[in-house]
Design a protein around this ligand. Structure first.
Ligand SMILES: *Cc1c(COP(=O)(O)O)cnc(C)c1O
Length: 399
């Protein structure tokens, strides 16, 4: 796996005017230590070898790049390829990051891991790699999310993780992040925080991005093998933005490759009924980073809503804010109804049940593919599998 040498973030962790390190004083030194350690391992062939071996034999890489022939016919436009992150161990892209960060934690001599989780997918990925490396694992999760995602709570516990319920505020992801940060301030000498998306203070947005770049690097090689040229368009859903930046980043220098990120439009762009930060969001600071977020006029973080828990967060990763402002990547949204329709359509036409998060990207494909010609190519990131969502989707789709 080739690591990138890119311009962004700069030495202070900024992507243009976004990003940075907005953390309590006690975390500044540990974050700088993490950034320095990361720079070292990036250049260390032994680290890469260990990571590559785990990615292939434990995580299940490379994932296929699958030509969705029947879906392409049904939509009647561009040729559609799906990057099959849904086939990875634990069912989504999140393990790419979790496995990379636990190797980093080992290098730093840390013996305990903490993480936050919303839907539980990142918690499961973290509990998985902790079991694999015999590390103590504590996952913070909102009480409300624990009730909604009981299966993932059981999976984490089965693998030996302690799941700590967070009851403050809305008792969902934002509060879980706050608790994880509080823990880390007190435990940072022996604890590593495996943050779950391309979010938070520097160096996390960079580290998480780099561990997911393997998605785009593989896709690039695979499409050149299959089609002999680069794609015209990349599509991915954007929660914090990790699966999207992983696919997009290796193509940023290719001016003919367009990119489209899809946020969660919920019930439509009505305050507190969606999670589309680029629609009606404002610039602000949340949980370590300066970026676009959903807040009211007093700067209070607004409630968000999405049918998919993994996209239901008030802030977007700072690199996406930068890519949006620079015009390099376009961002749009899909509503709950559009995502559910895509969920059903992909299941029917291809026999693939996408995660509800990924179904947002698929909804983006449904809109854009018919506007392109049959000699154009789309690669859409199928970030996770939908087994976890079948019960919830059935409630909507079957009445
Ligand atoms: C968590 C999750 C997402 C959203 O997170 P990003 O960091 O934006 O990728 C998307 N898809 C799946 C399957 C997820 O589990």
């Amino acid at each position: 796996m080739a690591f990138p040498s890119t311009q962004f973030p700069d030495a202070t962790g900024h992507f243009g005017r976004f990003g940075g390190m907005f953390v309590p004083e006690t975390l500044m030194a540990p974050l700088q230590e993490l950034a320095a350690a990361y720079e070292q391992v990036k250049a260390d062939p032994a680290f890469r070898r260990e990571l590559d071996a785990l990615l292939s034999d434990y995580v299940g890489r490379p994932t296929p790049l699958y030509f969705a022939e029947r879906w392409t016919k049904a939509l009647g436009g561009a040729r559609i390829y799906l990057k099959r992150e849904d086939l990875l161990h634990t069912g989504a892209h999140k393990i790419n990051n979790a496995i990379g960060q636990i190797l980093l934690a080992k290098r730093l001599g840390k013996t305990r891991i903490i993480a936050e989780t919303g839907a539980g997918q990142h918690g499961v990925a973290t509990a998985t790699v902790c079991a694999r490396f015999g590390m103590e694992c504590v996952v913070y999760m909102g009480q409300v999310d624990m009730e909604r995602q009981a299966l993932n709570v059981a999976r984490m516990r089965l693998m030996g993780a302690e799941v700590r319920a967070v009851t403050a505020g809305q008792a969902t992801l934002k509060e879980a992040v706050n608790e994880a940060m509080r823990d880390w301030v007190a435990s940072v000498d022996h604890t590593h925080y495996i943050l779950g998306s391309a979010l938070g203070s520097h160096p996390f947005p960079m580290i998480v991005r780099d561990f997911h770049r393997v998605i785009g690097l593989e896709a690039r090689r695979q499409i050149l093998e299959k089609e002999g040229r680069l794609p015209d368009l990349l599509v991915a859903c954007v929660g914090g933005g990790s699966n999207a930046i992983g696919l997009f980043h290796p193509f940023l220098g290719d001016p003919d490759v367009r990119m489209l990120g899809i946020e969660a439009g919920g019930d439509g762009i009505i305050p507190e009924r969606h999670a589309a930060r680029f629609q009606g969001g404002k610039l602000g600071v949340l949980q370590g980073t300066k970026t676009w977020l959903l807040a009211n006029d007093d700067g209070q973080i607004q409630l968000t809503h999405s049918v998919s828990a993994g996209l239901d967060y008030a802030a977007v990763g700072p690199e996406h804010a930068f890519l949006q402002e620079s015009g390099r990547v376009q961002y749009n949204f899909a509503t709950d109804a559009e995502a559910l329709a895509a969920f059903k359509q992909l299941a029917h036409t291809e026999g693939i049940i996408p995660a509800l998060e990924s179904a947002h990207a698929m909804a983006g494909v449904i809109k854009v593919a018919p506007t392109l010609s049959s000699d154009q190519i789309i690669i859409a990131n199928l970030s996770g599998r939908g087994d976890k969502d079948v019960e919830q989707a059935a409630k909507y789709l079957l009445g």
